[in-house]
Write a protein that binds this ligand. Sequence first.
Ligand SMILES: Cc1cc2nc3c(=O)[nH]c(=O)nc-3n(C[C@H](O)[C@H](O)[C@H](O)COP(=O)(O)OP(=O)(O)OC[C@H]3O[C@@H](n4cnc5c(N)ncnc54)[C@H](O)[C@@H]3O)c2cc1C
Length: 491
Amino acid sequence: MPTTEHAVVIAGGGPTGMMLAAELTLAGVDVVVIEPRETQELEGSRSGSGGLHARTIEVFDQRGIAERFLSEGYEAQVVAFGGTRLDIGDFPTRHPYGLALWQKHIERIMAGWVGELGVSILRGRKVTGFGQDDAGVDVRVSNGDPLRARYLVGCDGGRSLVRKTAGIAFPGWDPTISWLIAEVETSEEPEWGFRHDALGTHAIGKKEDGRAGIVLTEREVGDSGERTLEDLSEALVGIYGTDFGVHDPTWISRFTDVTRQAEQYRVGRVLLAGDAAHIHPPIGGQGLQIGVQDAVNLGWKLAQVVKGVSPESLLDTYQAERHPVAARVLKNTMAQVALRRPDDRTKALEDYVAGFLGADEPRKRLAAEMSGLGVHYDLGEGHPLLGRRMPDLDLVTTDGPLRVFTLLHDARPVFLDLGEPGGFDVAPWADRVRAIEATYDATWELPAIGEVSAPSAVLIRPDGYVAWVGEQTQVGLAEALTTWFGPARDV
Ligand SMILES: Cc1cc2nc3c(=O)[nH]c(=O)nc-3n(C[C@H](O)[C@H](O)[C@H](O)COP(=O)(O)OP(=O)(O)OC[C@H]3O[C@@H](n4cnc5c(N)ncnc54)[C@H](O)[C@@H]3O)c2cc1C
């Protein structure tokens, strides 16, 4: 059987797989996505009022595509913990809000973008198995010849075949609660909005096409089998006393608070990202966000390893940086499930939590975490910017005004010299790192941290995180450039 070779094969073309494919393509790496769905069309709406959180909007802004999403959704304060909304309107970002937009639209817009980039997606096929050796991975694909790749990335969702085949443990917590979710027609006007009872919270909302979107807390966790229209009708009668004449479902499913995280994000030449690496209940709307951000963290690193710019050990920083972020999300969703228990004692606790979150400091800290704006990779001691997202500053250059995020559109590293011109020597990395001289005279401010001292230079990774901060000296610059972007070359 003939074998086609690619640098990277991605199993799964959901939000994570598409983002990773785009990042690799921007870096000039040959990649193919294997996706069972014949079109990007998504069954059910999923991410709704959660939509996009601020950092994910920023990540898209870094690639020059934020406007495509912003023009289709509506801006809203979407960060919430338990029942308490956490307003981020005062955060120092160009996007101090979230975007209400259904996941099916997010995926459609992303698919349009990866299509423009020329990413090849093999649809109607799935990865059925693989075997790896020292030089690469043989990937078996349904309805097609096997593929050979230098790396395989499993972006194939919570039930990831890649994770299971790689033998990666997926420890965590079994479900304690289950929700039935459906999109249906009704012959009577349903009771729109939330209803709270001894089972928990139930909700019926109007979809953009006028149909009813229903989420009901189930009586028991029960079996994991599929739910039917009859199940939905019975559950509605149990809660509302009527089933509102539900009929013609487009989607009936269930989800639980099962919470798990892959022990390893990489085994040799096989990596995991997105739901394949971590699952948790959708409370707080964070799953898609951390999947997309996993991809943006991994993309440039994998590209550099494939191109021989960096050693394979660079990939270890992917797990070191992203595993703690997802572990934290798992924790906050578990805490929120606990706060939703319908008994009076839990309600009393929730009142206290809401009270604390009304104060500025706790609100900012938690909102920074849940919006993704507070992500901090541990890159050692130093200036508060180190390991944090680079703010999208309005710079002034000799060629005129320039936004920092514009510099990141092509997903290349940037050295931003904000001091005296020519004060730093990055010429030995000029083939990989773009150097820009600019000035910025306003205040530097970070979400939840506040004002920080103005650096004289910053080294920005392609994912938008700061790898080195200069405060009048070059100390540590050559090491940072070598660590992240490979050794110096003769100039
Ligand atoms: C009811 C609900 C509401 C949610 N609301 C939100 C929200 O508001 N905000 C938010 O951020 N997140 C939300 N989520 C979570 C979000 O939907 C997921 O976190 C997100 O889809 C993960 O993206 P992914 O690409 O990692 O995985 P998926 O979206 O699961 O994509 C995996 C892809 O892999 C493909 N695949 C599967 N098996 C194979 C195989 N063997 N070979 C190749 N491909 C394969 C699948 O077809 C699929 O396209 C919600 C989830 C649910 C269930």
